[in-house]
Design a protein around this ligand. Structure first.
Ligand code: NAP
Length: 268
């Protein structure tokens, strides 16, 4: 595609799914943590494929950089929502729902991606205040946002919620503390919400483990690793697009509630 930036153009050559150029046209998707890492890649990729993206994140400058790129390179309409999920409460989430409805009239997807790594410390020494911050950002904020945005998701013909998890959200590992526990909780939230919405059938909910990805969080967790040997965030975007695009002839969608791994999803 002519508006793919270099990392996206490189990744597209290895994708296992080739979406149509307008795969997400007419869709509105909220991405949390959209200023950096996997969230920024998702926001830009969704816009390249035609979605209007709501960019929520903590650092305004980073969101503005993503917004500027989208505005310069796509015909979609992004908006910026600077918000610290550590302090998200019901009233600010409700205000967000109101402004999404006013601006776009619809919401077809959420990527609960923003996350804190927190301390890498044994349970015996884990700082309690940090534990609470990590749980708030990684699992309570996705719950509050989902609750506030439920009406918009439910009103859409087809909607998709991606909860970005981790290997340590599926098997606990020493010293991963609150991060690991928060991802287990997010997996649980994903399954509960999927089960509640399954019968109505128009909201699909998945947990996605991206696996090792070249981002600031990965660098913080594995400072000695050579980043060049770690996949770019754009290499997972075929799965994100596949799920966000929804049903289409010839596609089999995973059942709602499924736990997916970005690096193995089509080989299973
Ligand atoms: N990278 C990996 O290898 C890997 C592996 C498994 C799972 N994951 C998961 O993938 C997701 C994305 O991770 P990443 O590697 O892209 O991380 P990242 O580069 O650190 O990006 C995380 C994003 O979340 C935002 N964020 C953090 N705290 C926030 C808060 N309180 N309020 C609003 N936004 C906040 C950050 O904003 P600022 O930039 O403004 O701080 C940043 O944009 C996370 O859920 C992570 O757990 C990543």
């Amino acid at each position: 595609m002519s508006n793919a930036y270099p990392e996206l153009a490189e990744a597209q050559q290895h994708w296992r799914y080739s979406p149509a150029d307008d795969a997400l046209a007419g869709r509105t998707i909220l991405v949390t943590g959209a200023g950096d890492g996997i969230g920024a890649a998702a926001a830009k990729t969704f816009a390249v494929y035609g979605a209007n993206v709501v960019l929520l994140g903590r650092t305004r400058q980073k969101l503005e950089a993503v917004f500027d790129w989208i505005e310069a390179n796509t015909a979609t309409e992004a908006v910026i929502v600077p918000a610290d999920l550590e302090h998200l409460a019901a009233d600010s989430a409700a205000a967000l729902a109101g402004s999404i409805e006013e601006t776009y009239g619809t919401l077809n997807g959420i990527v609960h991606n923003a996350s804190l790594l927190g301390a890498r410390t044994p349970v015996a020494h884990y700082p309690i205040a940090e534990w609470q911050r990590v749980l708030q950002v990684n699992v309570t904020a996705p719950f509050i946002l989902t609750q506030a945005l439920y009406g918009l998701l439910d009103a859409a013909d087809d909607a998709c919620v991606l909860n970005i998890s981790s290997s340590v959200g599926r098997e606990g590992r020493a010293y991963w503390g609150a991060y690991s526990v928060s991802k287990f909780a997010l997996e649980g939230f994903s399954q509960v919400f999927a089960d509640e919405t399954e019968t109505a059938g128009h909201i699909r909910v998945y947990s996605v483990n991206p696996g090792a990805t070249r981002t600031a969080m990965r660098k913080a967790a594995y400072p000695m690793e050579n980043p060049d040997e770690v996949p770019a965030a754009e290499s997972h975007m075929d799965l994100f697009l596949y799920l966000m695009e929804g049903a289409k002839a010839g596609k089999t969608l995973p059942e709602t509630g499924a736990q997916l791994d970005a690096r193995t999803w089509m080989r299973q």
